[in-house]
Ligand binder design. Structure first.
Ligand code: SF4
Length: 305
């Protein structure tokens, strides 16, 4: 059963179309990662699902359907936490909104802080947001999200501002909660290595479109789209120094740019004349694995991988 279905979603602004035609689904208890550079439309897609689109962005067409409640965790908890509220009160707002008594809501907040691994939760519930570390604040945000008993947790770069050790702990927490609660997760990040640690399936977005989607191991080991291949090449290895890092030359097109063909053509080393004029179709390249590139067909997939 799908907990989330997104069907031909198109988002527009006064200046352009940052999300052009996005369709995907998320099953019960499944984590789907959405990866892409800034401007790919990944966060706007998530915000459209959560119903919290920024001012000036609207749904032009398409729809989404969530089977149950959703809750969202943002990149920077300090912009969401209320600085004038103790974190326990903040978390208790969820149960309170559902008619739970004040005393029971506060008890529930402490239980949730325990569930997300906050040490000494009864004391921490009385702390102000600024008294907690970045990692603890993000755990508080996750606890607040869980307080509405969501069927699906929408995570928008929740670990990006954290150091690698705390990041790894947060990823392990999201994965544990998914398994223990049978909860679905959509995890958005610009970092494919991060996404691959929590997601069973990965969606790669570029310039407002899905360019590749498939099981995480397929995406990592048999990427079919040149952009995904470039993203993988850009993942730093342990021995790589900052100056040695591989990058993708150029920048994604602006959302207002009118591009007839493949949006990646200006940066793609394999681009051909057709790429600049004809939108590539999405082609199945394996079980549950598809890519949108003129050079990818089921028969000659080996050419690119
Ligand atoms: Fe590159 Fe052409 Fe494929 Fe686009 S369609 S990714 S430009 S080869």
């Amino acid at each position: 059963m799908n907990v989330l279905t997104v069907d031909h979603l198109r988002l527009g602004t006064e200046h352009g179309v940052p999300v052009k035609d996005v369709s995907f689904s998320v099953g019960e208890g499944e984590c789907v990662g959405i990866v892409g550079e800034s401007g790919s439309g990944k966060s706007l897609t998530l915000r459209a699902i959560a119903g919290v689109l920024p001012v000036g962005v609207r749904v032009v067409s398409g729809e989404h359907d969530v089977n149950g409640r959703s809750a969202m965790v943002f990149q920077e908890p300090m912009t969401t936490l209320n600085p004038t509220m103790r974190v326990g009160e903040f978390i208790a707002e969820g149960p309170r909104a559902r008619g739970v008594s004040k005393a029971d809501s506060v008890r529930r907040a402490v239980e949730l802080l325990t569930e997300v691994g906050v040490p000494d939760p009864a004391t921490r519930a009385r702390a102000w947001p600024h008294q907690l570390s970045g990692g603890l604040r993000q755990r508080v945000m996750i606890a607040a999200a869980l307080a509405v008993e969501p069927a699906i947790l929408l995570c928008d770069e929740p670990t990006t501002a954290l150091d690698t050790t705390v990041q790894a702990q947060l990823l392990a927490l999201v994965d544990r909660l998914r398994v223990e609660r049978g909860m679905s997760v959509v995890f958005v990040s610009h970092n494919l290595a991060v996404v691959s640690r929590v997601a069973q399936r990965v969606i790669v977005m570029y310039a407002g479109r899905i360019v590749e989607a498939g099981p995480t191991s397929e995406i990592l080991h048999h990427p079919a789209h040149p952009y995904t291949q470039a993203l993988i090449a850009a993942i730093p290895t342990e021995n790589e120094r900052a100056g040695d890092l591989t990058t993708i030359a150029g920048a994604p097109p602006d959302a207002s740019a009118l591009i007839e063909g493949c949006s990646f053509a200006a940066r793609c080393p394999l681009a051909q004349e057709t790429c600049r004029t004809v939108l590539p179709p999405t082609v199945e390249v394996g079980r549950g694995h598809a890519a949108a590139c003129h050079l990818v067909t089921p028969a000659d997939r080996e050419v690119l991988v």
